[in-house]
Design a protein around this ligand. Structure first.
Ligand code: FEO
Length: 397
């Protein structure tokens, strides 16, 4: 795919990765992804904003060649992760005159990750500006979106914010702009869950700061550009807020059907009590879907049989992922079946204990569930309903 003009002198010069199906060797990419880089031709200086994954450096170079770029003054690097920085060595080889503009933390990472020489850098601080002649760049240092090095670059005259990962979505698409709204929204939410959710508090502060800026366009480095930026800003504002939905996620695995029977009963009980519920069978649910489901839920239930005295490994993996992603859920518990004892509740509770979630009494049954077990699940459903009703952070209705 060749370059795309955004406005006079401003171009998308990135690459779509239609076939990529895994990121970080962990996150499934059902729709591939894109690595968006941008070229600004100022009246005096020409600047490249971020680069692409090293597997796509040829496409980036071809885009620059088709634009007739014979020399480059600057490469602005908003973030050192290799899917955006990995083509910098190739760019510097092609354009040895270019200076790398970035912040101190990002410089440190680029030195260690890409072994870039010290003399290519020009380090900027928060609020610094760079004149391109008729256009001006302003740099906003915004750590922990999602690495400690992250910054945003604001193109003042165009009121356009280059946000790298922030507001992004893993979508390979021929749409330059977010036109398929629901599809892009869902992809952006999934991206937020997988990448940004652990840094909710930092992001909340950065969103507050962005209120001071007039923003007409948000140009991310994954997925389409937002020319209606308020829609994604509003979505993020909701995701990072402390409020949760009247919703329960049940992430479960069942070996011989006992735990599944318990999950089915709890699902029905929660629905009858007016609670939205989403059971996720961990044997068929991908990591991204699980992560996305955690964004809004008030309560997380882990359903697991006991295997060799422990929770099922799939349940341990899910609990660990929840621990790492730090969702804002208010309550958590465990349900499941065992044969002859074990420490299932202890292991899951310890895994989730780093968050501020309050633990509700677990329901652990011996063997196949019977009347007493179903009654215990009904009590759990009552408890969840009552907690949600009384909790001011749970959105009702
Ligand atoms: Fe898309 Fe944190 O890199």
């Amino acid at each position: 795919m060749t370059y795309r003009e955004i406005t006079h002198g401003l171009y998308w010069v990135g690459a779509n990765d239609w076939d990529r199906r895994l990121f970080d060797e962990l996150i499934p990419l059902p729709d591939g992804t894109s690595y968006n880089a941008y070229l600004i031709r100022g009246s005096k200086k020409t600047v490249l904003i971020d680069t692409v994954d090293p597997t796509k450096e040829t496409e980036l170079l071809e885009n620059l060649r088709s634009l007739g770029i014979a020399s480059l003054d600057y490469v602005v690097v908003n973030h050192a992760e290799q899917d955006h920085s990995g083509a910098i060595p190739c760019i510097l080889k092609e354009f040895p005159e270019a200076k790398v503009i970035t912040n101190e933390k990002c410089r440190e990472f680029l030195r260690s990750l890409l072994m870039l020489p010290e003399n290519v850098f020009s380090v900027v601080k928060d609020g610094d500006t760079l004149s391109l002649g008729d256009r001006t760049l302003e740099f906003l240092i915004t750590p922990w979106v999602h690495w400690p090095d992250t910054m945003l670059t604001y193109l003042r005259e165009d009121q356009l914010l280059f946000t790298c990962d922030f507001f992004g979505s893993h979508l390979a698409t021929s749409d330059l702009y977010a036109r398929e709204r629901m599809r892009v929204y869902e992809a952006a939410k999934r991206y937020y869950a997988e990448i940004m959710m652990p840094f909710r508090v930092s992001i909340k502060n950065h969103l507050e700061r962005l209120k001071k800026y007039e923003i007409r366009t948000i140009a991310t480095s994954h997925g389409p550009i937002w020319d209606d930026p308020q829609s994604i800003i509003d979505a993020y504002t909701g995701w990072v807020s402390d409020q949760v939905e009247n919703e329960v996620i049940i992430a479960y695995v069942s070996m011989h059907g006992s735990t599944k029977k318990m999950v089915d009963h709890l699902v029905d009980g929660l629905i009858q009590r007016g609670i939205k519920v989403k059971p996720l069978n961990l044997t068929v649910t991908d990591v991204g879907e699980l992560a996305k489901s955690l964004v809004d839920a008030a309560t997380i239930v882990i359903g697991t049989p006991t295997v060799i005295s422990n929770p099922h490994p799939s349940a341990v993996c899910a609990a660990h992922l929840i621990r790492v992603l730090r969702p804002k859920a208010r309550y958590a518990t465990v349900i499941g079946s065992y044969g002859w004892g074990g420490k299932t509740v202890q292991v899951i509770t310890e895994l989730l204990s780093v968050s501020s979630m309050k633990f509700l009494d677990p329901v652990i049954l011996k063997g196949y569930p019977a009347d007493e077990g179903y009654a215990a699940l009904d009590v759990l459903a009552d408890t969840i309903a009552q907690k949600h009703e009384q909790d001011p952070l749970v959105i009702k209705g």
